[in-house]
Design a protein around this ligand. Structure first.
Ligand code: ATP
Length: 249
């Protein structure tokens, strides 16, 4: 096992008035873990996710991702770091002129080698089957529902076998049954070993994690062990809901 993310004393300030968005955050994520991040609007959840993944840089503090210290890296090194992680956002950004299959294979389609491109398409087919889109892979995003598009976006994020899958409100724009299917997929990928860190506003989504952390005003103020996977989902959801109630959520 071992840690795949080690963040210590992470501080992020923005702008001329130097508002402090992250105020000395420490977090260790073990390989294979599923950590969910909750907190009120503006608490710094997305900012924290971006600092952990090399999308953004902390103002100070230390972030080690899969053995590489990533705070303070230049833009070129950060681009290489970002290739090692996967991202799923609330806003699904599939390319409209490509099929779902081409969208999923895209990270490998830029290669000059035909064998790499073929391998990417084969892997895309496997992943699309896994997310229940085997029959829809030829369609453009405009002919897929929001939930189907988000499932394709997950498949795309998994194509490169990322060291960590980061998800920022992946169910935020979906109706509840499509959201549940997306969460089932994330839970399944994690059960197969995918380390995952997800920001969410939804207590039910948070309950899919092994551990829920709660951010308030840029600090982690509480953490909860959400319960083992063999505990029924309804019981895990109830545990998270009780915990949030105690914290005045
Ligand atoms: N690029 C930026 N420049 C200046 N301020 C920013 C920037 N990005 C975020 N902020 C500010 O940092 C604070 C935290 O934002 P962040 O998006 O991390 O919060 P959040 O907890 O994810 O909120 P939400 O749940 O509403 O998405 C907010 O006050 C926001 O306005």
């Amino acid at each position: 096992m071992g840690a795949v993310i080690e963040a210590s004393s992470v501080v992020k300030r923005y702008g001329s008035r130097e508002a402090t968005v992250l105020d000395g955050v420490d977090l260790v994520v073990e390989r294979g873990e599923f950590v969910t991040i909750m907190g009120s609007s503006g608490a710094g959840k997305s900012t924290f996710l971006y600092c952990l993944s090399g999308v953004d840089q902390p103002t100070s503090g230390r972030v080690v991702l899969d053995g590489t210290r990533i705070d303070g890296l230049g833009e070129r090194s950060l681009t290489a770091v970002r290739r090692r992680v996967g991202f799923v956002f609330q806003q699904i950004n599939l390319l409209p002129h490509l099929s779902l299959r081409e969208n999923v294979a895209l990270p490998g389609l830029n290669s000059r080698r035909v064998s790499d491109r073929r391998r990417a398409l084969r892997r895309a087919d496997e992943l699309l089957a896994k997310v229940g889109l085997a029959d829809a892979m030829g369609r453009p995003p405009s002919q897929a529902s929001g939930g189907e598009q988000q499932r394709a976006a997950i498949a795309r994020a998994l194509l490169t076998d990322p060291v960590v899958l980061f998800a920022d409100e992946p169910t935020g724009a979906l109706h509840s049954s499509a959201g549940r299917t997306v969460l089932d997929l994330l839970e399944q990928a994690n059960a197969e070993g995918q380390t995952t860190v997800m920001v969410t506003h939804d207590p039910r989504a948070a309950a899919r994690g092994d551990r829920v952390i709660y951010l308030r005003d840029g600090r982690i103020v509480a953490q909860l062990d959400a319960g083992a996977r063999d505990v029924p989902l309804a019981d895990r959801e109830a545990k998270v809901a009780r915990w949030l109630q105690e914290m005045g959520w």
